[in-house]
Design a protein around this ligand. Structure first.
Ligand code: SF4
Ligand code: SF4
Ligand code: SF4
Length: 202
């Protein structure tokens, strides 16, 4: 048997093994992946933890998953509260990936990192204050997020300026999470992956 065939066979076996290991262990929690990841199982099977995407990101938005993430430890993730993805024009992280764990991104609308979800109990806009920080910061303003101006229920005087997410348009970059002004007891907007929060049209 030729050496190249042996190497190809070993590579395929390694990918298959990673897939099985993922199915058995999985990451301890759902991680926000870089642009171009095609679902957690596919991503886990392909990512070799080489770190090239992390090196390529000019905003240092990608970091290795911590050691408590089982087999996912060391794979790239976005901690949106610390540093969100900036949706670069040229997606250098995707370009840098040697295994196609990140792929299929021609433009921003191809990105599917997750969906922003607002906690109306924590968001101050739903308590009657005007904020709009998440709305103003979104790179897809008036597409992924808009402001719903309406009167407060049971209050004929005060209006609500409520941020509303369009699940089909939001790409899950996390900039709204990074900039949210609410911190206590928790941030008022989060990114949920499609596994946690399937899109209504999916
Ligand atoms: S698109 Fe740009 S900002 Fe976002 S993770 Fe990739 S390199 Fe970093
Ligand atoms: S460049 Fe690709 S294979 Fe390397 S760590 Fe990033 S996603 Fe994984
Ligand atoms: S995650 Fe937030 S900032 Fe990014 S597209 Fe969605 S609503 Fe806009």
């Amino acid at each position: 048997m030729r050496l190249s065939s042996v190497i190809a066979g070993l590579s395929a076996a390694a990918v298959a093994f990673q897939g099985v290991a993922y199915a058995v262990q999985g990451p301890a929690k759902s991680l926000l992946r870089p642009p171009g990841a095609q679902g957690e199982a596919d991503f886990s099977a392909r990512c070799i933890k080489c770190g090239k995407c992390m090196e390529a990101c000019p905003y240092l938005a990608l970091s290795p998953a911590p050691g408590d993430q089982g087999i996912a430890a060391g794979t790239p993730m976005v901690d949106a509260r610390a540093q969100a993805c900036r949706l670069c024009e040229d997606f250098p992280c995707v370009e840098a990936c040697p295994t196609n764990a990140l792929r299929g991104i021609e433009g921003r609308s191809d990105v599917r990192m997750g969906t922003a979800v607002i906690d109306e109990d924590l968001c101050i806009a739903f308590q009657g204050m005007r904020c709009e920080v998440c709305y103003r910061t979104c790179p897809l303003i008036d597409q992924a997020i808009s402001i719903d101006y309406r009167l407060r229920e049971g209050d004929a005087i005060h209006s609500l300026f409520a941020p509303v997410i369009d699940e089909e348009q939001c790409v899950g970059c996390g900039l709204c999470v990074e900039r949210c002004v609410v911190d206590e007891p928790d941030v008022a907007i989060r990114i949920k992956t499609d596994a946690e929060h399937p899109r209504t049209g999916a």
